[in-house]
Design a protein around this ligand. Structure first.
Ligand code: HEM
Length: 491
């Protein structure tokens, strides 16, 4: 009798184990999932998206689904076409990642900003930094969350975001723009062509970032000067973005094995750290007087966080500025009449409109990510607090419902009578530097740099593009270089 009882109990336990296993794999009995929509609000699991495999989720699309990481921007464009306003991917262990494309949903997510907004961290960078406690006291402003992030942000970025500090850079930025134009003249071939614009813009990014953070000119724009370490630093930053993309969007096998993407990430972190440290150590009197450098040194944070912040600030500006400037020059180079209007407008309003229009059409940060901190209703689905949501501002900016002739480069939409309509459509959509408390601390500086560089370039040269630009996703939307451009003297 005991035998029989024991057998029945083991059979019931066996069934329970199997049932729990299937529930873990995401399978639900019909009476659990197939309730009519009237019975309950649509939930995250009802959001449409590509086929999700148990445990592995939807990341298979990047291996044998016809997409690769370089084309992630096209993947999302296709998903929008296929599924509409909202779609869901599933990461490892079927963790949902929701994408929203509609202005009202994007606004809801970005508006619901708490004291410590959460941008999903790059886990691989965080893991690497945690493995080096002798260098890093934290994972840095970009990846920290909560009170830790707030503490670093308040203590390390107050000066870099102050209008007074930024306007004190004006003369240096003017000099940099002059040197940039001289370098373009020197590097052109006999057809006035710069065959690889990215390479020259990298030097500008290095020079500008160091001017901001170290408060002095490094000479990266002198024709013969480009040192090996400057070249290595620019390459390492490029590699860093690509490896971040591969570890972020790929299956997180790097958590267990030292995958090639993780190795590349670790190598580039190492190179950036070593080379940027070398730059800091060459500090001269000018650096010691630099407002930004001094404010970081004075900050009431761990010494390791100071060094990491200076390195992160130098690195953060180079690739982002490169992509943004190449996109800007590319779009302006296609329209001689736009260049003429830039020259004719002494108020500089047209020049600024060109920059805004580039940020709308080709934003290097084409999507903002957040972890929701309250329950939200997005396109009719109930999304619980704690969900990862990607706000596809770049796709929404090309939507006719948000902007008329949305795919056209039309700076005039930012001026005169069209201005207020464009500005209201642009809220939460044209957000090149992000929004809320996690907004880019380099915004003010870059907003000062870009108009000056564009103005100097157009005053010196008539620019023409050589071939259509292809795009590539490198964690940021980037030109798939090399971008060739013609710079003909205006006088
Ligand atoms: C064209 C140039 C740049 C672009 C397009 C850009 C864009 C962005 C974007 C979109 C974010 C995320 C904001 C969000 O989640 O809401 C960000 C964050 C950040 N950027 Fe920039 N950035 C640029 C230049 C710079 C520069 C020059 C610095 C140097 C200070 C910098 C430092 C940072 C840092 C430290 C963060 C993290 C902020 C935080 O999480 O609190 N960026 N940037």
């Amino acid at each position: 009798m005991f035998d029989q009882l024991f057998q029945s109990i083991s059979t019931v336990v066996g069934y329970l184990v199997v049932a729990v296993f299937f529930i873990f794999l995401g399978c639900r009995p019909p009476w659990c999932t197939r309730r009519s929509p009237e019975c309950r609000k649509r939930q995250v699991q009802d959001i449409p998206g590509p086929l999700s495999l148990p445990i592995l989720g939807t990341r298979w699309v990047f291996s044998f689904g016809g997409y690769n990481f370089g084309k992630i921007h096209e993947f999302y464009q296709d998903m929008y076409r296929k599924y509409g306003a909202i779609m869901k991917e599933e990461a490892l262990f079927n963790v949902p990642v929701i994408s929203v494309f509609e202005k009202q949903d994007i606004e809801k997510v970005l508006k619901s900003n708490s004291k410590y907004p959460i941008r999903p961290p790059c886990e691989a960078i965080a893991q690497y930094r945690r493995s080096k406690p002798e260098r890093y006291a934290s994972t840095g402003i970009v990846n920290e969350q909560g009170e830790n992030w707030h503490f670093l942000r308040v203590n390390l970025t107050t000066d870099i975001t102050s209008p007074k500090t930024i306007s004190s850079f004006l003369p240096q930025v003017q000099d940099i723009a002059d040197d940039w134009c001289c370098l373009l003249k020197q590097l052109r071939n006999h057809d006035c062509e710069i065959p690889n614009l990215e390479f020259v813009v990298d030097r500008l990014g290095l020079e500008t970032s160091c001017a901001l953070v170290l408060g002095r000119r490094m000479g990266f724009l002198l024709q013969e000067h480009l040192s090996d370490s400057a070249r290595q630093l620019a390459n390492a930053i490029h590699q860093h973005f690509i490896a971040t993309r591969d570890t972020y969007y790929g299956l997180p096998i790097w958590k267990v094995f030292n995958t090639s993407a993780y190795k590349k990430l670790a190598e580039s972190e190492e190179t950036i750290y070593t080379l940027a440290l070398k730059l800091i150590h060459t500090a001269d009197e000018a650096t010691k007087e630099s407002a930004v450098f001094q404010s970081v040194l004075r900050a009431n944070v761990d010494e390791r966080d100071k060094t990491a912040a200076i390195i992160d600030f130098i690195a953060a500006g180079i690739h982002t500025l490169k992509n943004s400037l190449v996109f800007l020059l590319y779009l302006v180079s296609k329209y001689p009449d736009v260049q003429k209007k830039i020259l004719e407008d002494s108020t500089k309003a047209y020049l600024k409109a060109c920059i805004m229009e580039t940020f709308r059409l080709l934003p290097t940060a084409n999507c903002l990510a957040r972890v929701t901190e309250e329950d939200l209703e997005l396109s009719g689905y109930r999304v619980n607090a704690g969900s990862v949501v990607l706000c596809h501002t770049g796709i929404a900016c090309r939507d006719e419902r948000n902007f008329k002739d949305a795919c056209k480069f039309y700076p005039e939409r930012w001026l005169n009578e069209e201005r207020s309509q464009t500005a209201s459509s642009a809220t939460f959509l044209v957000t090149p530097f992000g929004v809320g408390r996690r907004i880019c601390p380099g915004k003010r500086f870059i907003e000062q740099v870009l108009p000056i560089i564009l103005e100097h370039t157009i005053k010196n040269f008539e620019i023409q593009n050589v071939r259509p630009m292809e795009l590539q996703f490198e964690f940021l939307l980037s030109p798939k270089g090399p971008t060739a451009m013609i710079f003909k003297n205006r006088y």
